[in-house]
Ligand binder design. Structure first.
Ligand code: ATP
Ligand code: MG
Length: 303
């Protein structure tokens, strides 16, 4: 059942439509008998920050995996700047999509600086022979990479942590380091999977500012988060996934005002729920629940 109630091109009436950077159409991902993502369409325009929310197990991370070559969608197509995505993650990174992971994936025994340098490998032209012979070209490239990595560490607020081992950094700083590493591949689109999970409120606010700053550098952002205040402060547009299907998409006010979104988070039945074949939702009583409370509810269930 398709329950997409997408607000048609909310941006196109207000301003000239942003150039589409990401265009995912009909993306479906099945694992055996389980359909984790079902026929999801989603675009991200240049200069946009788009949010992807939904209850635990809704298929958000699986959808990200389909956008980064980690999974090949069972059906559907993903285009980045007009071209169909290559099938390997490192090739996707080279085309300009970078990501962070819900479960942090850093090299714990490497310094923060080294972790960011690893993220630059798709952007360095120096080949194997140059690295082995360590000629002048190699040293110049290495100096450029190092300067850029330090600049990115400063950008995310870790300038004084360059030589610290990643595993010794507090959790919030590890998340920032992941962002710096992702930025090191010089992406046109950054995918963030729960960037504020485990952060305190101050760190979360700082991350909000960081994401705005990333957007201001010309990088489009697609972000998964359970913290609704963060999402609604930040995003130009928000899409809601429920049981693998896109239920609602629109600006923050539209999504916040949609009772089905609250019902979906609370696990209550509602009219047109994905997989719902009965009319049992008519009586769904959502009560007065603020968006912040929805975020709280989701956080409590967070894995
Ligand atoms: N590799 C896999 N093999 C089998 N099932 C999978 C696989 N990856 C994800 N799933 C299933 O797909 C569904 C969606 O999972 P996914 O991790 O995408 O949800 P999510 O929206 O990111 O949830 P959360 O908010 O908890 O991170 C779940 O039922 C999950 O168990
Ligand atoms: Mg997830």
């Amino acid at each position: 059942m398709t329950t997409d109630t997408t607000i048609p091109e909310a941006h196109s009436t207000a301003a000239p439509a942003a150039r589409t950077v990401l265009d995912a159409r009909g993306v479906t991902m099945r694992f055996g008998g389980l359909t984790a993502v079902r026929s999801v369409d989603l675009t991200v325009g240049s200069g946009e920050i788009v949010g992807l929310i939904g209850p635990n197990g809704a298929g958000k991370t699986t959808f990200f995996n389909c956008l980064t070559g980690l999974y090949t969608p069972t059906e559907g197509e993903v285009r980045f700047k007009g071209s169909v995505l290559p099938s390997k993650p490192y090739k996707v990174t080279a085309t300009g999509i970078a990501r962070t992971f819900q479960n942090i994936r850093l090299f714990g025994n490497m310094t923060a600086l080294e972790n960011v340098l690893v993220g630059r490998h798709t952007r360095t032209k120096e080949g194997l022979w140059s690295a082995l012979l360590r000629g002048p070209g190699f040293h110049k490239a290495e100096a450029r990479s190092r300067a850029r990595a330090l600049e990115l560490l400063t950008f995310v607020g870790l300038h004084d942590k360059a030589e610290h081992l990643a595993r010794n950094l507090p959790y919030g700083e590890q998340r920032k380091l992941e962002i710096a590493r992702a930025l090191a591949s010089e992406p046109g689109l950054l995918l963030l999977d729960e960037p504020t999970a485990g952060m305190n409120p101050q760190e979360t606010r700082a991350t909000e500012e960081l994401v705005f700053a990333i957007r201001d550098r010309g990088i489009a952002v697609l972000v998964i988060e359970h913290d609704m205040r963060f999402i609604f402060n930040l995003c130009d547009r928000v899409a809601v996934l429920v049981q693998g299907e896109k239920l609602v998409e629109g600006d923050s006010a539209t999504v916040q005002g949609d009772d089905r979104v609250i019902a979906a988070y609370l696990g209550e039945p509602f009219d047109g729920a994905p997989g719902d074949d009965a009319d049992a939702a008519d009586d769904a009583e959502t009560g007065v629940i603020t968006s912040a409370e929805v975020g709280h509810t989701a956080k409590e269930n967070d894995r």
